[in-house]
Design a protein around this ligand. Structure first.
Ligand SMILES: NCc1[nH]cc(CCC(=O)O)c1CC(=O)O
Ligand SMILES: [Mg+2]
Length: 352
């Protein structure tokens, strides 16, 4: 990925005429030449999107043969574990490299400390085992954070005064990561934004013999309104008390993203992630440039809802806008994108 281009010396009209370069503007440089035909455009294209760039986030739920629509994410459904296995099979056929799994936890199982996160037979673990058993070739990424499991919808332990406890939460997150690794997770993706969790999880995984389990750190995760539909999907929209601004990043900050990522790299992150996606492409670029680590971006639920809503209204051309939105991530230096459009795009890419 080149990050600089040589400067082009402009040739003046007078110079060009003096060189006998024809009439009119006498231009030496005509960038349009490289765009004149489809073959020329393909030949000079700097970035491409392939199926290898896609990670598909899926929502899972209890039951059998169940698929449940999510109102704010038209076209996305919660899937019972058996349906998730079929979805994984379809994704593997399309050569999508990996899935990211998010649970809709039965509200009766949620409590203030998110204890269900540590149940080694919870929904996430059931899905991991079922998919691993039938579709071993697809990568499985699991989210480490307590929000699907807590009655208050926060990613960590909530004090009465509204504080989210850091170190106490990290202890639980390490155990959550171990539960997931034991059930077959290939990649642990901490999305909680507690300080020090990457190092603690790495140490915990290594001590338990999971040296080969990767960590994809949500290194720069912003306190964003673009997560709204996701909170509908996992059922925390109504229960979330307050907001997540004391742990997720302030949307005004860019340098802080580099500091956050530097800590995660030092603590042992194998891959970095930026979230949300399109509104934060500057951050993707800066992290890729600063660390050169595999860098991912999450085209989050609100971005999906905006694009899909406009497609469904006939306001934009879905066949073109979706791949264009994903190509933009690649151009910004991303190695891959978590996107709800993954299967749709993979199908189109396969069709050629
Ligand atoms: N830790 C939870 C988590 N993991 C991924 C998302 C958002 C994904 C999306 O919006 O698609 C969130 C939401 C949040 O932090 O509230
Ligand atoms: Mg951090």
């Amino acid at each position: 990925m080149p990050f600089s281009t040589p400067r082009i010396r402009p040739v003046s009209d007078a110079e060009a005429r003096a060189q006998g370069r024809g009439e009119g503007l006498g231009l030496v440089h005509r960038p349009r030449r490289n765009r004149k035909t489809d073959w020329a455009r393909r030949l000079v294209r700097e970035t491409t999107l392939t199926v290898d760039d896609l990670i598909w986030p899926i929502f899972i739920m209890n039951g059998k043969g169940e698929r449940q629509a999510i109102a704010s994410m038209p076209g996305v459904e919660r899937l019972s574990v058996d349906e998730a296995v079929r979805a994984a099979e379809g994704a593997a056929k399309l050569k999508i490299p990996a899935l990211a799994i998010f649970p809709y936890v039965d509200p009766t199982l949620r409590d203030p400390t998110g204890s269900e996160a540590l149940n080694n037979n919870n929904l996430v673990c059931q899905a991991l085992r079922a998919i691993k058993a039938e579709i071993p070739e697809i990568g499985l990424i699991t989210d480490v954070a307590l929000d699907p499991f807590t009655s208050h919808g926060h990613d960590g332990l909530l004090e009465e005064d509204g504080r989210i406890l850091n170190d106490e939460t990290v202890d639980i997150l390490v155990r959550q990561a171990l539960v997931q690794a034991e059930a077959g997770a290939d990649v642990i993706a901490p999305s909680d934004m507690m300080d020090g969790r990457v190092g603690a999880i790495r140490a915990g995984l290594d001590a338990a013999g999971f040296q080969d389990v990767q960590i994809m750190s949500y290194a720069a995760k912003y306190a964003s309104a673009f997560y709204g539909p996701f909170r509908d999907a996992i059922g925390t929209a109504k229960t979330l008390s307050g907001d997540k601004r004391t742990y997720q990043m302030d949307p005004g900050n860019g340098l802080e993203a580099i500091r956050e990522a530097a800590l995660d790299v030092e603590e042992g992150a194998d891959m970095l992630m930026v979230k949300p996606g399109l509104p934060y492409l500057d951050i993707v670029w800066r992290l890729k440039e600063a660390f050169g680590l595999p860098t991912f971006a999450y085209q989050v639920s609100g971005e999906y809802a905006m694009i899909e809503g406009a497609i469904r209204n006939g306001w934009v051309d879905g066949d073109r806008i979706v791949p264009e939105s994903l190509l933009a991530f690649k151009r910004a230096g991303a190695d891959g994108i978590l996107t709800y459009f993954a299967p749709r795009v993979a199908e189109r890419l396969a069709a050629g």
